[in-house]
Design a protein around this ligand. Structure first.
Ligand code: RFL
Ligand code: PHB
Length: 395
């Protein structure tokens, strides 16, 4: 027999987007059920983003989950861009009056889970065969299997927060859904190591041998990346090779401060730009990676997911508290206009900072000229800074 449940908003996916939405709605007295095809421990251990915009920190504050973030997050006033070892600091605070906070996605999800679960939030983990249905009616459903039993959740709205490989996006009929994509001809190999970071701030480096990024998770734990081949396997990258390559790409002056150690996480991520339109279909709303992917060079993926949720939660709260559907009706349009600008910045940073196998000598000169322009023009530096700290929600 199918188990039938009822809620106001059924949220598919308990990554940062789904968890934050559930918390914001719950704070406004709106009931949710959250389902995920993974379990909590798996989701909490996925090593991904590390840099939070001020707007993301504010969303965590509004949701009531920012205590540990304020205690443990590292506030950064700037970061460096480097070309062949020459470093240029983007002073975020001076150029924009804003900062970013280094705090891992693992910690964001742990904090969100802890509060939701302590408050008795309803979750179903390890679900399978998820099917959103009747999305253009006033009684949408989400069908799935849980513990070998069929379950149906009846709801007013479905939030598709199920990431790039989820099912929600494809519940929009093919003649309505339009997608835009660019795949980059390389990947990022990332490692974590229990050693202090090479620098107090992040360094994004472009070198003839490829891109490198020096980031961190705390004052004692570093996160480093190097651009790698799209078909590379982590087995091709023993720690010694990784450190040698990183040293060359950041240049001798920076490398002199590098403390290496055993890596305890090593993974390769492909780079992709992707947008799906529209982000609303009937009573289904897409948010986060379910609707768009950015290459990680601008540190935007997680921040963009959180921005979607700030806009979506406002739309749903207005609908439930004042029966005002204005924001629901404009959700897709409002969100997409910001999404495309963030896509543009992530694409620009990726183009500027990587070695593209097909780049002609002319294109390499263009990259170098753009870097020099950024180092010499405050306006150009500010344009990077204002995107990096996060564009406003409502321009
Ligand atoms: P998530 O975090 O992917 O969460 C989606 C959740 O949906 C679940 N799910 C399903 N649940 C039910 N039914 C289904 N059919 C389902 N299919 C999937 C999944 O199990 C998962 O729990 O999406 P969300 O919430 O939109 O959050 C977005 C961010 O996670 C993402 O933008 C960033 O992590 C992107 N990203 C990075 N962003 C950065 O800013 N800096 C980074 O360094 C960075 N590294 C990364 C990344 C994303 C990666 N992915 C997606 C593979 C590295 C990787 C490897
Ligand atoms: C990270 O610390 O994982 C990180 C930081 C900045 C980025 C991408 C990833 O742009």
């Amino acid at each position: 027999m199918t188990k039938a449940l009822t809620t106001s908003v059924c949220i598919i996916g308990s990554g940062p987007a789904g968890l934050l939405l559930s918390q914001m709605l719950s704070n406004a007295g709106i009931d949710t059920i959250v389902i995920d095809r993974q379990n909590r421990a798996h989701i909490e251990s996925r090593i991904r983003a590390g840099v939070l915009e001020q707007g993301t920190v504010k969303a965590m504050e509004d949701a009531g989950v920012a205590d540990r973030l304020h205690r443990e997050g590292l506030v950064h006033d700037g970061f460096d861009l480097a070309f062949d070892g020459i470093r240029h600091r983007i002073n975020l605070r001076a150029l924009t009056g804003k900062t970013v906070t280094v705090y891992g996605q693992t910690e964001v999800t742990k904090d969100l889970f802890a509060k939701r679960i302590a408050e008795g939030g309803r979750f179903f983990f390890d679900v399978a065969d998820v099917v959103p249905a009747d999305l253009t009616t006033d009684r949408p459903q989400v069908h799935f299997m849980h513990d070998g039993e069929p379950v149906t959740v009846f709801c007013d709205y479905v939030a598709g927060c199920d990431g790039f490989h989820g099912v929600s996006r494809n519940a929009i009929p093919a003649d309505i859904l339009k997608t835009y994509e660019r795949i980059y001809p390389f990947g990022w190999l990332g490692v974590l190591t229990e050693r202090p970071p090479v620098s107090d701030e992040l360094i994004y480096a472009n070198h003839d041998r490829g891109f490198a990024l020096c980031s961190m998770r705390s004052e004692t734990r570093s996160r480093y990346y190097v651009q790698c081949g799209i078909d590379d396997d982590v087995a091709d990258w023993p720690d010694d090779r990784f450190w040698e390559e990183l040293r060359m790409r950041i240049g001798p002056e920076t490398a002199a401060h590098l403390q290496t150690g055993p890596s305890f996480e090593k993974s390769i991520a492909p780079l992709r730009s992707f947008v799906a339109e529209p982000m609303r279909y009937g009573n289904l709303f897409l948010a986060g990676d379910a609707a768009h992917i950015v290459p990680p060079t601008g540190a935007k993926g997680l921040n963009l997911a959180v921005a979607d949720i700030r806009i979506l939660s406002r739309a749903l709260i207005e609908r439930y508290q004042r029966n005002d559907t204005r924001y629901i009706n404009t959700y897709s349009q409002t969100v997409l206009s910001r999404v495309w600008k963030v896509e543009r910045f992530s694409w620009q940073m990726s183009n500027l900072m990587h070695q593209f196998p097909d780049n002609t000598p002319f294109e390499k000169k263009m990259q170098r000229a753009e870097f020099e322009y950024v180092t010499q023009s405050e306006a150009a530096s500010r344009a990077i800074a204002e995107n990096y700290v996060g564009l406003p929600l409502d321009p």
